[in-house]
Design a protein around this ligand. Structure first.
Ligand SMILES: Cc1cc2nc3c(=O)[nH]c(=O)nc-3n(C[C@H](O)[C@H](O)[C@H](O)COP(=O)(O)OP(=O)(O)OC[C@H]3O[C@@H](n4cnc5c(N)ncnc54)[C@H](O)[C@@H]3O)c2cc1C
Length: 356
């Protein structure tokens, strides 16, 4: 079957869903395609694993229950400048398409699922991960970036009986953050009983993890490998390979237009922008592109994108955390930490998407 549409949005994560909802406000019709039938607030998935009862199924909602435009569930497998080919053999012809296919976490797929395509399957996937954790006595988290640190804090807080080891190949936790942020995070993690190991490079050998540097062995019930984010752009390779970088990010200009094309735009994690790969960047990009597409339609000037200043807000357990924000630097202010900790921003994100 060949479907036709004017504006196709490929991917309904923070960037794509925001764009669709913003365009709807200006009465611009869109068709959004996603391989899942639900939108998920990823900020909540780690606590969903560590404390399922606290979060339950609240971070997820079916597209059909909130999206103002048209929705199709399907996977784009090939893209040209006029047509998207889907896994089921259908194709969608468009006048303009926005690629917002984000990124995946192949080594830690329960954090951002690449196998649960229905709301029911995803809810069950997280419930199972949480039940498996409840039975564990020891866990190893490999990678002490924001995701690893948050997961370690959440597990240690909710399961004080579980021995939590957080290992990183670098010299500290949160390697890309300031020294003060690293120190505050380490202190809070240690207060929760997390065993932090730096300069470790654990690899799995049958039932144990062996550190390549020291040869030390660690046997744990569960290991979470929180490293290696991958851009979701494989569908570009057949016809549009020249528009992606070596790492798979899509080359764009400062209007989000795919460099050298007339019909394609890219926003969010998949776009080769200077912004951090965060929902906090993907949401404003969706809004900015919507404003630009509306402006173009009205014959007005578009605004160039400016990268978001670097920042981070990382809960460590359910009561503490650390933030690194412009001007103020490293802070642990309760109201700011609680803003995220109280519901992991589910209410904030849903409100932005017009979900009541
Ligand atoms: C555990 C975890 C915690 C995080 N915590 C935070 C946080 O606290 N704050 C923060 O700002 N960021 C956080 N992030 C990062 C944040 O999730 C990403 O930056 C954000 O998801 C990027 O949004 P996006 O819209 O670009 O892409 P995504 O959210 O990845 O959405 C892309 C969508 O495209 C769909 N898709 C992909 N390929 C195809 C295809 N071929 N065909 C059809 N559909 C496709 C996917 O199913 C998905 O729905 C976290 C990430 C993880 C994994």
């Amino acid at each position: 079957m060949n479907i036709t549409t004017h504006t196709l949005i490929i991917g309904g994560g923070f960037a794509g869903a925001t764009l669709a909802q913003e365009l709807a406000k200006s009465n611009i019709a869109t068709m959004l395609i996603d391989c899942k039938d639900y939108f998920e607030v990823t900020m909540a998935t780690l606590r969903n694993i560590a404390d399922f009862a606290k979060v339950k199924d609240t971070p997820r909602i079916r597209y059909r229950d909130f999206l103002s435009g048209e929705f199709i569930q399907g996977r784009v497998t090939e893209l040209t400048e006029q047509t998207a080919l889907l896994e089921n053999g259908d194709s969608i012809s468009f006048q303009q398409a926005v690629i917002a296919t984000g990124s995946s976490y192949p080594s830690f797929s329960v954090a951002k699922s690449n196998q649960a395509f229905t709301l029911e399957a995803r809810n069950q996937e997280l419930k199972s991960a949480s039940l498996a954790l409840e039975k564990a006595q020891s866990v190893l988290i490999i990678g002490a970036g924001a995701v690893g640190v948050e997961l370690a804090g959440d597990i240690a807080y909710s399961h004080p009986n579980i021995k939590v080891t957080l290992a990183d190949s670098g010299t500290s936790v949160l390697g890309s953050y300031s020294e003060k942020t690293q120190q505050k995070a380490s202190k809070q993690l240690q207060a929760l009983g997390v065993n932090i190991q730096t300069n470790r490079y654990y690899q799995q050998h049958k039932d144990v993890y062996i550190d390549k540097n020291s040869g030390e062995e660690l046997a744990v019930d569960i290991a979470y490998v929180a490293v290696g984010v991958k851009a979701n752009s494989d569908f570009m390779k057949a016809h549009l390979n020249q528009y992606i970088t070596d790492k798979g990010f899509i080359k764009v200009n400062d209007d989000f237009q795919v460099t050298g094309t007339k019909t394609l735009w890219a926003i969010g994690d998949v776009a080769d922008l200077k912004d951090l790969k965060l929902a906090a960047a993907a949401i404003p990009q969706g809004k900015e592109l919507a404003a630009n597409l509306v402006a173009t339609k009205q014959g007005k000037k578009t605004k160039a994108h400016k990268p978001m200043p670097e920042m981070g807000l990382i809960p460590i357990g359910q009561e503490k955390g650390v933030a690194q924000i412009p001007i103020f630097g490293t802070v642990t202010w309760k109201p700011l930490i609680n803003f995220k900790n109280k519901d992991l921003l589910i209410g904030y994100v849903f409100k932005g998407l017009g979900i009541k």
